[in-house]
Design a protein around this ligand. Structure first.
Ligand SMILES: [Mg+2]
Length: 414
C-alpha cells in the first residue's frame, strides 16, 4: 500500500436545487452579472446575440463540475471545471488512466491522459478536462505530503504577487489598490464606426475616473480583426492603455504578427487564454506576442504550464496567466518573471473583491491593497465546502462498461 496511490477520480455537479448555490465566481454567475452583459465577442456579429455575451457563447459552460481525486490514505485533492461533457471525459476516459497511479507522478499521468485522448483531443474541452484532473492531483499531492504546491514545483521566489483587476469599474480597482484595471471591450467591428467611437469614449471615461498613471488595458475577447485592433491600439495608447488582449480568434497567428508589427511600441500585445499546451504557446511566441496568458484550468494544468513557461523563457516572452484562482498564484510566485497576476473582480456588481471559487471552496487567498500573499497550506489550500451537495455528473448508461451503472469494474462497491 502506498499512501499517495490514487484510488478514485470523481466528477460531480453541485446540486442544482441548493437553496443558495454559489453566488460569486464563475460557479454562480447569474444573468445580471457584468460578464454576461454586452461584451464584444465572436458572436457579436449576430444581431440576436449582440447585447449579451452569455446569450451567444454560454459562458458558464453548462454547470459547475467538482473534480475529486482520492488517495489510498483517504486524502482528497479537488479542483473544478465546467459542463457535463468535460465530466464525461473525466469519468469515462481519464479516470481509468489515473487510478492506481501515484499522486506525485505528474508528468507520467499527464502523458497518459494526453496520449490517450490525442485522436479527439489536443485542445479545447479535452484539455479542460485534463487540466482539472491535473490540478486536483497537484492539490492531492500537496495534501499527502503536507506541502503547498508552490513548494512542490520548485519553490517560490516571492511571497506575494501584485494583481491587476479585471472588471467593469476601473475607479474601484484603483481605489482598492490594484496594479491596473482591464476593461472588457463592449462593441465589435460589426457595430461600425459608432461602436468604435463608443469603445474609445469608454476608454476616455475610464481614464478620467482613475489617476493619470494608473494602467488600463482592453480585453477584446477574440472579437476583432487586424485593422480594427491596430486602430483601437493607436486610439487608446494616448489614454495610457498598456495592452490590448486577445484581439483575434486563437488560430490567427499570422494576424497577431501583423497587429504586433503595427501597434504602438509602448503597448504590449497579450493573448493566450484560449490556447493549449506548450505546442500551441510556441506558435504564439513565434507570432511575436509580448505576453502569453495561459489559463491553468484550461491549457493543460500545472504540469503543462511549467512547460509553457519554459517555452516562453527561451523566446523571452512574459507570462501573466489568465485568472484560474489559486493554481495561478502558486505558479506565478515560483517564476523569475512572475511579478504580476490577474484577479477577476467577480462580484456580480463588479465593485467588491470576492474569492473566485466561493462558496464552492474555502481557503482562497484574496488580495489586500493589490497584493496577493500565497499561503503555506498544503496543496492549493482549498477545502470543498461540506455544505455543497454533490451529485454524480455522469450517472452512467446501463450496460456501458466503465460507467457508474454499466457493469464495468467501476461498479464494484457502487
Ligand atoms: Mg481575457
Amino acid at each position: 500500500m502506498t499512501a499517495d496511490r490514487i484510488v478514485d477520480v470523481r466528477a460531480s455537479f453541485v446540486g442544482r436545487d441548493d437553496p443558495e448555490p454559489p453566488a460569486a465566481g464563475k460557479a454562480g454567475r447569474r444573468g445580471d452579472h457584468w460578464l454576461g452583459g454586452k461584451v464584444a465577442n465572436p458572436m457579436t456579429r449576430y444581431a440576436e446575440f449582440r447585447d449579451s455575451r452569455d446569450a451567444g457563447i454560454g459562458a458558464d459552460d453548462g454547470g459547475t463540475v467538482v473534480v475529486e481525486v482520492e488517495a489510498e490514505s483517504g486524502a482528497v485533492g479537488v479542483w473544478t471545471t465546467g459542463g457535463l461533457a468535460a465530466a464525461a471525459i473525466i469519468e469515462q476516459h481519464l479516470a481509468r488512466l489515473v487510478k492506481g497511479e501515484r499522486a506525485s507522478a505528474h508528468t507520467r499521468i499527464w502523458d497518459r491522459m494526453f496520449a490517450s485522448t490525442l485522436r479527439y483531443g489536443r485542445k479545447g474541452l479535452v484539455l479542460h478536462a485534463i487540466s482539472a484532473v491535473d490540478l486536483a492531483i497537484w492539490d492531492l499531492h500537496g495534501k499527502v505530503v503536507g506541502e503547498p504546491v508552490h513548494a512542490l514545483i520548485g519553490g517560490r521566489i516571492r511571497d506575494s504577487v501584485q494583481v491587476y483587476a479585471t472588471g467593469p469599474r476601473p475607479e474601484t480597482a484603483a481605489a482598492l489598490g490594484f496594479a491596473g484595471a482591464k476593461l472588457p471591450l463592449v462593441w465589435g467591428p460589426s457595430e461600425g464606426e459608432a461602436g468604435f467611437r463608443n469603445n474609445v469614449a469608454l476608454a476616455r471615461e475610464a481614464r478620467a475616473a482613475v489617476p493619470a498613471d494608473f494602467p488600463l488595458m482592453y480585453d477584446c475577447w477574440m472579437a476583432l480583426d487586424v485593422d480594427y485592433a491596430v486602430r483601437l491600439a493607436h486610439a487608446v495608447e494616448p489614454l495610457g492603455f498598456t495592452w490590448i488582449e486577445e484581439p483575434l480568434p486563437p488560430d490567427d497567428y499570422a494576424g497577431l504578427r501583423r497587429i504586433r508589427d503595427r501597434m504602438p511600441p509602448t503597448m504590449t500585445l497579450n493573448t493566450g487564454e484560449h490556447e493549449y499546451t506548450a505546442a500551441g504557446f510556441r506558435l504564439l511566441c513565434e507570432a511575436g506576442v509580448d505576453v502569453i496568458q495561459p489559463d491553468l484550468g484550461w491549457c493543460g494544468g500545472m504540469t503543462e504550464v511549467l512547460r509553457i513557461a519554459d517555452v516562453a523563457r527561451v523566446y523571452d516572452v512574459r507570462v501573466i496567466p489568465h485568472t484560474c484562482g489559486m493554481p495561478n498564484y502558486h505558479f506565478v510566485v515560483t517564476q523569475p518573471g512572475g511579478d504580476l497576476a490577474e484577479f477577476p473582480v467577480l462580484s456580480t456588481d463588479g465593485v467588491s473583491v470576492a474569492p473566485q471559487h466561493a462558496p464552492l471552496f474555502s481557503g482562497e487567498d484574496i488580495p489586500v491593497n493589490g497584493w496577493l500573499t500565497v499561503g503555506e497550506a498544503p496543496g492549493f489550500g482549498l477545502t470543498l465546502n461540506p455544505d455543497m451537495r454533490l451529485v454524480p455528473a455522469v450517472p452512467g448508461l446501463p450496460g456501458v462498461p466503465g460507467s457508474r451503472r454499466g457493469g464495468g469494474v467501476d461498479d464494484q462497491g457502487q
